[in-house]
Design a protein around this ligand. Sequence first.
Ligand SMILES: NC(=O)C1=CN([C@@H]2O[C@H](COP(=O)(O)OP(=O)(O)OC[C@H]3O[C@@H](n4cnc5c(N)ncnc54)[C@H](O)[C@@H]3O)[C@@H](O)[C@H]2O)C=CC1
Ligand SMILES: O=C(CO)[C@H](O)[C@H](O)COP(=O)(O)O
Length: 316
Amino acid sequence: MRITTPTIGGRPEWGMEIGVIGLGRMGRIVADRLLADGHSVVAYDVDPETVAAAAEDGATPAESIPDLAEQLSSPKRIWLNVPAGDPVDAALEELEPYVDSDDIVVDGGNSNFENSIRRGEETDATYLDCGTSGGPAGAELGFSMMIGGPEWAYEELTPAFDAVATGPEGHDRMGPSGSGHYVKMIHNGVEYALMQAYGEGFELLANGRYDLDLEAVAHTWNNGSVIRSWLLELAEEAFREEGNDLGDVADYVAGGSTGTWTVQEALEQEVPVPLIYQALAERFASRATGDGKGRFSRRLANRLRYGFGRHEIARK
Ligand SMILES: NC(=O)C1=CN([C@@H]2O[C@H](COP(=O)(O)OP(=O)(O)OC[C@H]3O[C@@H](n4cnc5c(N)ncnc54)[C@H](O)[C@@H]3O)[C@@H](O)[C@H]2O)C=CC1
Ligand SMILES: O=C(CO)[C@H](O)[C@H](O)COP(=O)(O)O
């Protein structure tokens, strides 16, 4: 799909010019949805193939972060979609000579909220932490986005958030710096617990007294039941694609950082979160045993992470 933005002297006729750094599963969707809404995008990733692919679809390629910053006119608007942790600090360090407080940097990844507060204080740019939910399915539907940081910057970028989210209802400013990633961290804790609950129910059904078609159970539940949801639709898809016994999907659940931070925060705030903790503990236990046979609930969680995030499925 090539998107042609109407231009006046090389600049978009309307819309913003945004630098997108990190063009993986999430960043590519950010870039494509901005382009489709008439914004212009300067795109960079450490992997040149992803930059070439984004350029095919209408983005202006950059060879490095300094090159991206130099191609953007001021005030600059830059959206990071790199893995949480060191890559965010590395990108910010490279941007630092090119930004000041009129410029806005958005971190769309799953960063720890305390790191986001620190980064907001350290960078010369104005910083927005943007918790993003929806995964690769967001290419079609748009994302749900939870944003923290200065109000003026959130308002300034609202047209871009409208384009990348499901629409104006798909994003909101949660509060000051850090609050966007804080809300997304707890969203992920809830995600772990929901997967655990579905997993336990299907494990009991799989080992229970009737010989059930689990795809059919999930399908029936997804039609009007109290527990219908997107995760349950993904469970239905998992049984359809892997078989009712989940085939060779292993009892090994990867990931865990956002759930760990949720539990740490709950301990600090003295709020009991036994379901979220139990779901996290099940993940750790899956890695400790690692015999690949193990519990049905953990095998379903492994397969659901592929469904919502295209995270690699561990197989036996
Ligand atoms: N996959 C998912 O469903 C979701 C992911 N997230 C978060 O979004 C962020 C990005 O995730 P994905 O797109 O899934 O990861 P990904 O691994 O698919 O893409 C990351 C991209 O960043 C590039 N990259 C790494 N370091 C870089 C650097 N220093 N400069 C430029 N590019 C760099 C990589 O080459 C890669 O193309 C992560 O923080 C992730 O936790 C958030 C919500 C959902
Ligand atoms: O944020 C997400 C979904 O909302 C990502 O898919 C994240 O990777 C999920 O967390 P984990 O990797 O710990 O399962």
